[in-house]
Design a protein around this ligand. Structure first.
Ligand SMILES: Cc1cc2nc3c(=O)[nH]c(=O)nc-3n(C[C@H](O)[C@H](O)[C@H](O)COP(=O)(O)OP(=O)(O)OC[C@H]3O[C@@H](n4cnc5c(N)ncnc54)[C@H](O)[C@@H]3O)c2cc1C
Length: 370
């Protein structure tokens, strides 16, 4: 049997990491206070869209996102193979649409640096855009087409990850309500609310927006904050929209089941995952400007989740320098679904004792705020 690893948190990051570690022979247990995928990960729109999301600056974060996008095809095939579950993975491409001439200039600037990263970005006129997506507003002036951007159906992806973990022998302890870290310096010892003890050789912190609760345990600053995302879905005819549509005020992701997912607000509400009238109204008011036909429709479903934002926008991925048996993988903010493969592989490489091949991880050192 391989080294024993405890993974704290069963969101997409904890599940993907547990999956990769179990593939490499580690004996993994996930500790989850509610249900796996029940927080941000199950709420996500599932976009895999680094070019649309990170337009201004090709920094280390962009590079991590792009590398992860390019791992996705093989990664999702492996999750499907092991879990024996199917989930939607669509290489739909995306259209980043704008309203003003000044924004067209900004798209051109993006194109010039993005092409250096090997993508085929194509600037489309308004007419070309509406040829690809006839329901879009005539007010849209232009768009950048990114054929590489893709999406997954996030709730099904996390379900498949959970099942793939189980198939590989990962023990999943959920509904624990709370988990306390009793000891971590010399040995790892955690205890659930019901008094069950868990011991291991390695501990991975994947507790998403709740990671800052551990500041007093590890005596480092963990500036991870919950940013609520309110989001909704429309019932559409299948194939009415075919690409991800990205705009300055919101995005649309067409799913194979005929729904059009439309997100998302960014507001601060502590750890509340409630949906507010104001939050959804902001989306629906904007929607009509992008898809005029939506003014005749109401979303049939609304929900919300808490994105784990960090002070500098980079996630925390890496071992604690003072305690190499503690590894952080949290703070993925708007891109945790996208970053799940690269995070899982990077963490597993670190546990294997390899220096990570991903140099951008230098910007993700967990203690950098302390
Ligand atoms: C509306 C919305 C839309 C989004 N769209 C996208 C998108 O299109 N593309 C994309 O890439 N990303 C998207 N995201 C972001 C993405 O969802 C997150 O970055 C990602 O889910 C974070 O995963 P996680 O595993 O770190 O966190 P979570 O999914 O929140 O999981 C953390 C888990 O840890 C558990 N936990 C916390 N503390 C403890 C403890 N002490 N003991 C045990 N368990 C604990 C929690 O219960 C939770 O289940 C979106 C997010 C939202 C809210």
């Amino acid at each position: 049997m391989g080294e024993r690893v405890l993974v704290l948190g069963g969101g997409v990051i904890g599940l993907a990491t547990a999956f990769e570690l179990s593939q490499r022979g580690y004996a993994v247990t996930i500790l989850e206070k509610t249900v796996c995928g029940g927080q941000a990960s199950g709420a996500a729109a599932g976009m895999l869209a680094p070019f649309s999301e990170i337009g201004e600056d090709p920094d280390d974060f962009f590079q991590l996102c792009l590398d992860s996008l390019r791992m996705y095809k093989k990664w999702q095939q492996e999750v499907k193979r092991v879990s024996k579950l199917d989930f939607e993975y669509s290489e739909s491409g995306s259209l980043h649409a704008v309203y003003h001439d000044a924004d067209v200039l900004a798209l051109e600037t993006r194109k010039s640096w993005q092409e250096q990263w090997g993508t085929e970005a194509e600037l489309l006129t308004g007419d070309q855009l509406r040829k690809m997506e006839p329901l879009l507003s005539k007010d849209l002036k232009a768009a950048m087409y990114y054929p590489e951007e893709s999406h997954v159906f996030a709730p099904d992806y996390v379900l498949a990850l959970e099942q793939a973990c189980r198939e590989n022998g990962v023990i999943i302890c959920d509904q624990l309500e709370s988990v306390e870290i009793i000891e971590w310096k010399e040995a790892i010892h955690l205890r659930s609310k019901s008094g069950k003890d868990f011991r291991a050789d390695q501990l991975i912190i994947c507790s998403g927006a709740w990671a800052s609760e551990l500041e007093h345990v590890f005596h480092i600053r963990i500036p991870v904050y919950p940013i609520r995302g309110q989001i909704c879905a429309y019932d559409m005819q299948e194939n009415a929209v075919n690409h991800i549509i990205y705009t300055s005020q919101g995005y649309f992701v067409p799913k194979a089941n005929g729904t059009l997912v439309n997100g998302a607000s960014e507001d601060i509400a502590g750890f509340q995952t409630s949906v507010t009238e104001k939050g959804i109204e902001r989306l629906t008011n904007w929607n009509k400007r992008v898809f005029p036909h939506l003014s005749q429709k109401n979303p049939f479903h609304t929900w919300a989740g808490l994105r784990p934002a960090t002070q500098d926008g980079f996630p925390l991925i890496g071992k604690l320098q003072e305690a190499e048996h503690i590894t952080f993988a949290t703070g993925h903010y708007r891109n945790g679904i996208l970053l799940s493969p690269i995070t899982a592989v990077a963490v597993a490489d670190l546990l294997d004792g390899h220096k990570s091949i991903y140099s951008p991880l230098q910007s993700c050192i967990p203690e950098r705020f302390s």
